[in-house]
Design a protein around this ligand. Structure first.
Ligand code: IMP
Ligand code: MG
Length: 188
């Protein structure tokens, strides 16, 4: 059961601290700025989990960029990817001839980003790259490698810094492993 008065009680352990997140985003942001200098990329955030990461990463990229968002969900409340993708909102920009950098909270099976990349490719952008806060390579079901990864995480269900379980825990300032007891009751 989700503890509605104390989020910390539902966290088994902290995987990535607030300080580590901020430092790593600054580092990757500087690399992106260097790689894209003179290219004015469009940063595309995949809602909703990307919100805190997007805001901080955009600030860490010290070159001109444009910003856009799309919304696709692959989970229906649980902790395992259903493989069923629900497409809720497309981006507003025309990306033909543009450099697109997709920002995502976590890559698990890879299906969400694979589908987004395939859809974007038909629009003939100059390039498409992926930047993720977290990569969970053990969950991969399709061939997909992010171009920029802030942290690689083990096969556990994690929450915080945008990542949710049933839309809760997004506002934790760190990334932590959710106690299995929180979702085992719900999913059995
Ligand atoms: P994929 O299509 O399996 O790569 O799923 C990616 C999406 O699943 C992410 O954008 C997250 O929204 C969600 N997801 C995958 N693993 C986790 C996790 O450990 N915690 C919270 N959300 C997750
Ligand atoms: Mg997501």
């Amino acid at each position: 059961m989700i503890n509605k008065s104390d989020m910390l009680q539902d966290i088994e352990r902290v995987l990535v601290s607030e300080e580590e997140i901020h430092a790593r985003i600054r580092e990757v942001g500087a690399q992106i700025a260097e790689d894209y200098r003179g290219k004015c990329p469009i940063l595309v955030g995949v809602l909703k989990g990307v919100v805190p990461f997007f805001a901080e990463m955009a600030n860490a990229i010290s070159i001109p960029v444009q910003e856009d968002f799309m919304c696709i969900t692959s989970f229906e409340g649980g902790t395992e990817s259903t493989g069923k993708l629900t497409f809720r909102k497309d981006i507003d920009h025309d990306i033909e001839g543009r450099h697109v950098l997709i920002l995502e909270d976590i890559i698990d099976s890879g299906s969400t980003l694979k589908m987004i990349c395939e859809m974007f490719r038909e629009r003939k952008p100059a390039s498409i790259k992926i930047c993720t806060l977290l990569d969970k390579p053990t969950g991969r079901k399709v061939d997909l490698k992010p171009d920029y990864t802030c942290f690689t995480v083990p096969p556990a269900f994690v929450v915080g810094f945008g990542l949710d379980y049933e839309d809760y825990y997004r506002n934790l300032p760190f990334v932590g492993v959710l106690k299995p007891s929180v979702y085992q009751d719900q999913e059995s």
